[in-house]
Design a protein around this ligand. Structure first.
Ligand code: SAM
Length: 489
């Protein structure tokens, strides 16, 4: 996994050479640019984080001869003198209150300053539900408006927000901060820092000076809950799946059985019934059978239903070490109308794990998946069926339908049973649509059928980085996926 590694090391470095058109954004080599594009990293030090971000989001000197100017607030233990001239860095290490942050921004505005990058560490200020509420109600608007005014056109700022506790510490605090910032700034990307040894993560939220037109409706945190028998939910996992069989590569989006097996261990016992309403190539059911659970799946597309049935039959033909013969049932049907599927009538499930289409991400011609699959002549979408959730163009219509699927699932879950949804936030037209966070808000609202119990990030170390917008602007490779865990109320 990547560490942050291209700091200044206390010395001025010549701008590295890179091939291709001129780099309008920074002085990095192609290799260092690509290193930054990964959407998660192992935390090394705040100094490295700050240096890396300054290097990425600014040039030392802009083409008009002006040195770049950065404002750094709240990173207690960084040494700004290690960032060499001609860059100008206004650093305020000590900032112990939201008022302090507001005052520093106001002073900069009054001094008529404009910045090329602003980076604020809120990890010590937003630590729990109370401090989050104080920030959201009293400061978020003022801070994001000031950031917008202080940033030079098209430049970026970053907010660093901690997610205290492993996994399910209520709705993770950064989600609310990101959503609340959108009224005055454009949410461009999230990068997750993994703090090894502590099982903790934090978020770097990157925003650009522009409104992104999505409403600000922050999430409200809830109390911490744990998985079965009080077992803590891991904050992240990096499963190493075995290579895929040829007929599975045909499916555009799959998760590995090893990932499902981790969650089966966390939320179920052998002999339990496991269900996936959008089972694709049948991985949930295969993992269930392999670990001595009964597996049931629904899939819309006849083609993938066939592949799933084949795989399940193969798995069931394997000798079972426990002597048990788990059920493995794959039904072709529509997840938006679960009640209309006779094979499921009267069944109750102990656990549901599933991954929906990530909105219409597959039909987005600019998406990384589309480009890579077109090159290999593989199918670009699941189907052309109008009932396929991946074919719904409007984001809010898609979310409402997905919510209805999981509400129908709740009727088939035992009381207190868990649901895990594996999903990504989606980028479209230079905006981050926080699908994962929006889904949590919809399912766990006042009338919701579920409580949120935590998130495990599935961090993919084994995928190559793609050179999106190198030299032009900041577009990360999203290689972390949200595994959102819920419990039926
Ligand atoms: C992300 S994939 C699931 C992949 C699966 N977890 C695997 O590892 O193979 C989403 C699946 O949902 C299916 N799907 C989309 N709309 C559906 C609907 N209305 N009912 C049932 N399945 C649907 C798609 O055909 C696709 O196979």
């Amino acid at each position: 996994m990547e560490q942050l590694r291209f700091g200044f090391g206390g010395e001025e470095r010549p701008a590295p050479k890179r091939p291709g058109p001129p780099n309008r954004m920074n002085d990095l080599s192609y290799k260092d640019w690509m290193k930054f594009q990964k959407s998660f990293f192992r935390h090394h030090s705040s100094q490295a984080l700050v240096e890396e971000c300054i290097c990425f989001f600014t040039k030392a000197v802009w083409p008009d001869g002006e040195p770049s100017r950065c404002l750094i607030i709240g990173f207690a233990d960084i040494d700004p003198s290690r960032i060499p001239a001609p860059r100008l860095v206004d650093a305020h290490n000590r900032c112990d209150s939201f008022d302090g942050v507001g005052r520093l921004l106001l002073e900069a505005e009054q001094a008529g300053l404009t910045y090329d990058f602003i980076f604020i560490d809120l990890r010590r200020l937003i630590v729990d539900e109370e401090s989050l509420t104080t920030y959201l109600t009293g400061y978020a608007d003022v801070v994001s408006r000031a950031l917008r005014r202080l940033l030079a056109p098209r430049r970026y700022c970053g907010l660093v927000v901690g997610a205290p506790g492993p996994g399910g510490a209520g709705f993770p605090l950064p989600w609310s901060v990101a959503v609340a910032s959108r009224r005055h700034l454009r949410l461009r990307d999230e990068k997750v820092g993994l703090v090894e040894g502590e099982g903790r993560i934090y978020y770097c939220l990157f925003l650009q000076a522009d409104d992104d037109g999505r409403p600000a409706d922050p999430l409200t945190p809830r109390g911490v809950r744990l998985a079965r028998a009080g077992r803590p939910i891991p904050a992240w996992t990096t499963p190493k799946p075995p290579p895929r069989r040829p007929n599975e590569i045909l499916h555009p989006a799959k998760y590995p059985e090893t990932l499902v097996a981790e969650f089966l261990d966390l939320f179920t016992e052998p002999g339990d019934r496991v269900f996936d309403p959008m089972v694709g190539t049948g991985r949930t059911v295969v993992a269930a059978i392999r670990t001595g659970r009964h597996g049931y799946g629904v899939e819309l597309t006849p083609h993938y239903t066939g592949i799933a049935r084949e795989r399940v039959a193969r798995e069931r033909a394997q000798p079972s070490p426990s002597g048990a013969h788990p059920v493995g049932l794959i039904v072709q049907g529509d997840a938006t109308r679960l009640d209309g599927i006779p094979e499921l009538a009267g069944l109750q499930f102990d656990y549901v794990v599933t991954s929906p289409p990530y909105w219409s991400m597959l039909t987005n011609p600019g998406s990384e998946n589309q480009r890579a699959r077109r090159q290999r002549n593989l199918p670009l979408v699941y189907s052309d069926d109008a009932r396929d959730l991946g074919n719904i163009e409007d984001y809010d219509t898609f979310l409402a339908l997905l919510q209805s699927v999981y509400e129908q699932v709740a009727a088939k879950l035992v009381d207190g049973g868990h649901l895990t949804v594996v999903v990504k936030n989606v980028k479209r037209d230079h905006i981050l649509y926080p699908l994962a966070w929006d889904l949590v808000r919809r399912l766990c609202g006042a009338d919701g059928k579920y409580d949120y119990v935590g998130t495990t990030l599935w961090c993919q170390d084994d995928v190559g980085m793609k050179p999106f917008a190198v030299g032009i602007h900041w577009v990360s490779n999203i290689v972390h996926t949200y595994c959102l865990h819920f419990r039926k109320r």
